[in-house]
Design a protein around this ligand. Structure first.
Ligand SMILES: [Zn+2]
Length: 340
């Protein structure tokens, strides 16, 4: 929902301050060369400033947009050109619509668009399946390729009609999407965006600013405790671990890594999280295979002691929550474990 014109809010200080009281102060950090980071209540934002305009990564919550624009304005007055979403979660895409109003073209992974449609995606799938079956019933002879082609076309049209409706109501959608990799050439810098499969969600991308040697990982890596693996939206334990390894293969010792949440990090931090998740995944699987119940596994405190002592369980994901995700993952992999 657009609350008011943003340029007006930025210009009218009184309104802006009254509005800003609802939000904790945002923090602006110069990361390297022309790359900056903005931290606040939502996911970390990065932006690259330069004579060609501004390229921004993630947009936090909608109500933080005026403050975010103010921070960017303190560095550059060039127009906002691109906004890249690292994934679909609201604390990374909530400001998309506001920033579209500032002229930004929103770019994300194919699945971000689907996930932002939410319920509409399910309706699209259902409508297309129904249309396909109905067409087949009418046409008969299911093995005839011509009939299959016709039924597929009808299924596509049925889904498209629902998508057109969804596009009217879902405001944070990206305008450009891609499936694997994309490269930007912006302000004299090559910026690589690459997809990691089924990690935090099914729409994660990581951005690498090759000249400044800065990476923004979205929530495929966080520096604020146990990670959230959103298994309801295509995230997976093994995918998350693999995603972390891709981050530290691309990074070198000097790479500055902007995590989805938390403080600026480096390759060692990513490797530590990777080692931790691998260790916990395997230990939990061992106990699952040994026939222990969920409650028994949750009681094995020494398993997470090293990480708990560092405060890993004090954030958004508690020790119990991460263990529950790992237990569910192991039970899926070893469905007969513990059953006589
Ligand atoms: Zn997220």
């Amino acid at each position: 929902m657009r609350i008011f014109s943003l340029s007006l809010v930025v210009a009218v200080c009184f309104h802006f301050q009254a509005f800003a009281q609802d939000n904790p102060t945002l923090q602006l950090t110069k990361v390297q060369d022309s790359i900056y980071m903005i931290q606040g209540r939502g996911g970390n934002i990065a932006f690259q400033a330069g004579s060609e305009g501004t390229l921004m990564v993630d947009s936090q919550f909608a109500n933080a947009t005026p403050q975010i624009l103010n921070k960017i304005l303190s560095v550059t007055t060039q127009p906002l050109r691109y906004l890249v979403n690292t994934h679909h979660h609201g604390d990374h895409t909530g400001g998309n619509d506001n920033l579209k109003g500032q002229g930004a073209i929103v770019i994300a992974h194919d699945n971000v668009r689907k996930l932002l449609y939410g319920e509409a995606t399910k309706l699209m799938d259902k409508a297309s399946e129904e249309a396909y079956n109905n067409a087949m019933k009418r046409l008969g002879n299911e093995t005839n390729p011509e009939n299959q082609k016709l039924a597929k076309q009808e299924a596509e049209i049925a889904a498209q009609n629902i998508e057109e409706e969804a596009m009217k109501s879902v405001k944070n959608l990206p305008a450009i999407t891609f499936s694997r990799d994309m490269t930007f050439y912006h302000n004299g810098e090559k910026i690589m965006a690459f997809h990691v499969d089924n990690a935090h969600t099914q729409g994660d991308i990581i951005l690498y600013f090759t000249k400044a040697n800065v990476m923004h990982t979205g929530d495929a890596f966080i520096n604020s405790g146990y990670p959230f693996i959103d298994t309801n939206n295509g995230g997976s334990v093994d995918g998350y671990i693999k995603g972390l390894s891709r981050i530290f293969y691309v990074a070198n010792d000097d790479t500055k890594i902007i995590p989805g949440h938390g403080e600026l990090a480096d390759k060692d931090d990513v490797q530590y999280l990777h080692g931790m998740l691998e260790f916990l995944r395997d230990r939990v699987a061992y106990h699952v295979v040994a026939g222990k119940t969920d409650a028994e596994i949750l009681q094995i405190k020494e398993m997470t002691a090293e990480y708990d002592a560092k405060g890993f369980g004090d954030g958004f994901i508690s020790t119990e929550k991460i263990l529950q995700v790992l237990i569910a993952d192991a039970r899926k992999k070893y469905p007969t474990a513990g059953k006589k």
